[in-house]
Design a protein around this ligand. Structure first.
Ligand code: FAD
Length: 284
């Protein structure tokens, strides 16, 4: 049974920020797919739920040529997966969106909720990391944008303050020839978080980007590995090197989904498969 709580549905951002400031034990709700599970135990003592889906700024999904893509906090994961700009330009993100849970769940779950929940295995975090996304945050002192690689601070922790709302995510423009991929290993399709998730991207200047989910306390970008791989040059030989080397860049744990040893192995295999697939591909 769910615990008791007040349900608030502000019409404006200002109203939502006021609720957050005034109400003790308030929590934001977007799709509710994580928070409803939390409300059964309610170990956090949630007393007020603030549904943000009527706030205009959160409903925007917009691509502007030369600038990039904005995905608002009320945009659900199916809308992300089906957006033309995402399919054409940010392929790894559309693949990750399609890999998240089931169609029904994706109709509720939001991209922003996925990163705010900050599970180490969040599927949408790794593609956002390789596209160097920015999270736009609104709070009592105005708005700020933070880099996605600074957003996650620990297991289920972000740098969001309790009186702040993530308004959406910005993905910078990518050039023609940019290509990317998301590969997910999971126990069950449609019902499970990743055992390992790997996003890879090769930009138009042939620079590699690598990010992973479920191999560390937070989703992570593997910048040192990217640099050495770039120095070696992207080819079959360097990819085999990276498959082995990735072990020294991640710190997976053993849990109900997998042993740490399996994750170390799977991370290497998915990384190899991802880069080799991109090397064969024309672009975007
Ligand atoms: C059966 C099942 C299967 C699942 N499978 C997967 C899977 O395969 N891959 C995966 O990654 N996840 C999976 N999940 C987890 C979940 O669906 C995702 O994390 C989802 O994207 C969360 O989005 P939401 O809108 O439902 O978030 P909510 O539940 O509404 O919120 C999640 C958290 O983020 C906070 N929050 C939400 N929006 C904001 C905001 N704008 N500003 C500040 N804080 C905010 C909330 O307060 C809450 O703490 C699964 C969940 C279930 C129940």
């Amino acid at each position: 049974m769910l615990s008791k709580f007040d349900y608030l549905r502000p019409k404006t951002l200002e109203e939502a920020l006021n609720y957050l400031r005034e109400k003790d034990g308030a929590k934001i709700l977007a799709g509710g797919t994580d928070i409803m599970v939390l409300l059964r135990r309610n170990s956090e003592g949630i007393k007020h739920i603030i549904d943000i889906k009527d706030i205009q700024e959160t409903k925007k999904l917009e691509y502007v040529a030369g600038e990039g893509l904005f995905i608002g906090a009320s945009i659900n994961v199916n809308q992300v997966a089906e957006a033309e700009a995402v399919k054409n330009k940010y392929k790894a993100l559309s693949e990750a969106a399609n890999a998240l849970a089931s169609y029904q769940l994706r109709n509720r779950a939001t991209l922003v909720g996925n990163i705010c929940n900050a599970s180490p295995g969040a599927d949408l975090a790794a593609p956002l990391l390789v596209f160097e996304a920015l999270v736009e945050i609104a709070g009592p002192n105005g708005r700020r944008k933070v880099k996605i690689n600074e957003f996650f601070t620990g297991v289920k922790k972000t740098l969001l303050q309790r009186d702040e709302i993530a308004l959406g995510v910005w993905l910078p423009e990518v050039q023609t020839g940019d290509k990317s991929k998301y590969l997910k290993q999971a126990r069950l399709k449609g019902h499970d978080l990743a055992t390992v998730g790997v996003a890879v991207r090769i930009d138009a200047a042939n620079k590699p980007y690598i990010a992973m989910a479920a191999v560390a306390p937070t989703p992570i970008r593997l910048s040192r590995l990217e640099e050495t791989l770039a120095d070696k040059g992207l080819n079959a030989e360097s990819v085999l090197w990276a498959e082995k080397e990735v072990r020294s860049h991640i710190k997976p744990i053993s849990d109900v989904r997998s042993s740490a040893e399996y994750r170390l192995h799977a991370a290497g295999v998915l990384l190899k498969q991802g880069i080799l697939a991109l090397l064969k591909k024309e672009g975007n």
